[in-house]
Design a protein around this ligand. Sequence first.
Ligand code: B12
Ligand code: SF4
Length: 464
Amino acid sequence: MELTGKKILLFNPWIYDFAAYDFWVKPLGLLQLAAVLKQSGLHIELIDCLDRFHPALQNLPDHPPAKIKANGTGKFIREQIPKPEVYSHIPRKYCRYGMPAHIVEKLLANLSEKPDVILLTSTMTYWYPAVRDAAKLLREYFPDTPLILGGIYASLCPEHAQKHIGPDHLFTGAGEHHIVDLVAAVTGANPPQQRHLPDGAFPRPLYDLYPDLRSVAIITSRGCPNHCSFCASRVLAPEYTRRSAEHVLHEIAHWHNTRQVQHFAFFDDALLHKADDYIKPLLRGVIKQKLPVCLHAANGMQPRFVDAEFADLFYQAGGITVKLSFETINPTRQKSMSAKVTCQELKTAIENLEQAGYKRHTIGVYVLMGLPDQEPAEALDSVNYVLDLGARVNLASFSPIPHTSEWQRAIDMGYWSPDDDLLMTNTSVFPIWSRRFGYQQCQDFVHKIVEKNKQCDVVVNEVE
Ligand code: B12
Ligand code: SF4
């Protein structure tokens, strides 16, 4: 049986959380897989529950059309849903963010053809109930269609995902080089002899699947050369690989020229790695082609590499969102946790950005709160250091991600158990500190910081 012509449904589930906000979010993994499958002649349909601009959402009686801020971000539609038992002590609304369920059902019912395979993705570990509900709904509509689950949650916690989601097949890790064979295997079709994706290559995500495309998420690499104790990057991608800067420049120009996309958000773990050979030539290309785009560094950039030249190029190329990784003022922890930044390096990076034309208060700096052996005073001192530099604080609450060394430390210190519900890895519930100090004390701490300076964004709350 031929693989060509098989029908694939890609499904990106909702977010279930206390808060969520659309920071240019796109299911990049699924879109990369879609590109590979399309090259092999398969027919692709996408239901992205987080697509705020889907035509099916534009004339809803209960919800006004999606608004887009000048920086390309915006609010999701949300509906309150019952709070899981483990969250009963959290005095906040728990919601489904994204397309209302009845719209998703309508899209499923109106699919042009019954799919031969469904590819379901997953992101944060603590969003698994949304993945479970998506799988249940997909099973109702297509009980005989094989359901394959992949993505970040599935890769970090495969046993949990197999038990709670119950897919027909569970896939861990990067999928580009395996997806065609996997789809062939589950449909009983012959795998193609020709491979369209050379080893190590990155497919260009298939954004063609969006009827109304307002922003594009870009990833230039997989993995990270650093090894921070709280991060799962190495677990997800043990090796660091990157596509060519020309390929990325072409992608930006293509979406701008063909779909008038203005906002491009980099999702890289380490965007400034080998900046002289990579991001700087890329930015020069954007400037040379006079592409009137807005660039967003969605994840924290390493201050050490924000030299005067990079700052200048990013500014000239349309760099709007600048986020820097700092995490803590504590020099011992800086060394033991990542060795990727010092206080002086942050100061110099901010000076370089200011010289390039950025106002200090527009520069976001990530400060981490809630590590197992961290006292609130350390987080407060870190916040004060950033505010004294005139920059904005992005207060990020720690999530104990399975298999990371900080997760192990939390277990060793008695604040965490491998049997704890993954819902408790949610940053909004202050996984470790709420056990040490109580949830309300953590909230008060956050509010104190917000009150101290309105320039301070709280990542756990800003997504309200
Ligand atoms: C971009 C990014 C963000 C963006 C967008 C997040 C989003 N909602 O999508 C922003 C900057 C907003 C963000 C924020 C945060 N993030 Co973040 N983020 C990432 C990052 C760097 C990349 C994700 C990505 O797009 N990867 C690129 C695609 C191509 O890879 P992929 O999705 O894995 O897909 C591949 C495979 O998984 C597989 N695949 C995927 N789906 C499927 C399906 C099938 C069927 C198959 C077969 C295969 C398959 O094939 C794909 C191609 O190879 C990851 C780290 C990482 N390296 O993955 C962290 C990560 C997901 N984030 C993390 C965290 C902690 C956060 C924050 C909570 C930080 C904080 N403390 O405030 C916040 C809050 C998040 C929120 N409320 O949305 C953690 C996860 C935590 C957890 N417990 O799950 C990660 C893993 C980083 C880390 N610290 O280790 N994040
Ligand atoms: S630099 Fe960022 S992505 Fe890399 S290991 Fe550290 S936290 Fe993770």
